[in-house]
Structure formats: structure tokens, C-alpha cells
Design a protein around this ligand. Structure first.
Ligand SMILES: [Zn+2]
Length: 122
């Protein structure tokens, strides 16, 4: 069975019974050991939770190594997704109260929808 140690930089400092190892006066808190495809089994074989025992350890890792992580795939320019913004009118009703009674009044409402434009390379 393959396993990883949790990559959270502070994993070994968090006080839980599951991290206690050793005996007598030689006890330690130890980094959580993760079996691949173990307790956090998902449909993704290589889930991030094969490397982190929980989301806190994942976020600690990202905070600690943020500059290195973004250097792997730097974004120097904005990306753009072609879209069409479609305005449609549709019949709706609003609730009206005149102090004595209420009724639904029909009116024409407008809905704005963002639609993807398919590229040639689809
Ligand atoms: Zn951890």
C-alpha cells in the first residue's frame, strides 16, 4: 500500500489524538500518514487529498508556498472568453398592494443572459 505524509507544513503541530505517537515521556505529534485513495476517496484517483489530510493543511501549504506555486504557471495577461450578452423580454407578474387589497399585475420584464460563443476549435 502506497502512502504519503500530509504536506501541510503545520500538520505535525495540530493537537489531535490521531497524531500522537511514541510512549511514556517520548511522545510526539506526527504528520498524518495518508494512504493513497484512502480515507478521502473520490472519483479522482490523484485527488489533492492524497497529499493533504484536510483542507486546513492544504491551505497552510498554499499560504506557505504561494509564490512558488504561482511561479509554476504565471498569468501575465488576462484571458478572455468570447460571449454574447442576450437581452430577452418576458412576461412576468408583480404583486401589488393598494392598502385594501392585492393583485398580481402582469408586466414585461427583461432578462440578461450571458451565452458562450463556440470557437472554431470548439
Ligand atoms: Zn495534515
Amino acid at each position: 500500500m502506497t502512502y504519503n505524509w500530509c504536506h501541510g507544513p503545520n500538520c505535525h503541530t495540530i493537537q489531535t489524538q490521531s497524531r500522537v505517537r511514541g510512549s511514556g515521556d517520548n511522545k510526539v505529534l506526527r504528520t498524518i500518514k495518508i494512504k493513497e485513495g484512502g480515507s478521502y476517496r473520490t472519483h479522482e484517483q490523484y485527488s489533492m487529498f492524497n497529499y493533504f489530510c484536510n483542507q486546513n493543511c492544504l491551505m497552510d501549504f498554499i499560504r506557505t508556498h504561494l509564490q512558488s506555486i504561482v511561479a509554476i504557471a504565471p498569468r501575465r495577461e488576462a484571458l478572455e472568453t468570447p460571449i454574447k450578452v442576450v437581452k430577452e423580454k418576458y412576461e412576468s407578474q408583480r404583486y401589488e398592494w393598494n392598502g385594501d387589497n392585492s393583485r398580481y399585475v402582469p408586466y414585461t420584464a427583461t432578462r440578461t443572459t450571458i451565452k458562450r460563443v463556440d470557437n472554431d476549435n470548439g
